[in-house]
Unconditional design. Structure first.
Length: 70
């Protein structure tokens, strides 16, 4: 099981996958917006998105849990 975490602080601009969806290694999960830049957050391993822990518009800090991949 992989925990996808924020690499930096920012707002969740867009969630690009949904719970139950199959994802591949290095696939984007969410896109953060920080200082008017879009920063994609990707999974390291493939699997099924078990849980998305954020909603669009949420603010996350570095290290916050974004999603769980099984």
């Amino acid at each position: 099981m992989e925990e996808v975490r924020a690499m930096m602080a920012g707002n969740v601009w867009k969630i690009v996958v949904s719970e139950g969806e199959a994802v591949e290694a290095d696939q984007d999960i969410v896109i953060l917006e920080s200082m008017k830049m879009e920063i994609p957050i990707a999974t390291e391993d493939g699997g099924i998105v078990k849980e998305i822990k954020v909603q669009e518009g949420d603010f996350v800090n570095e290290g916050d849990l974004i999603a769980v991949i099984e």
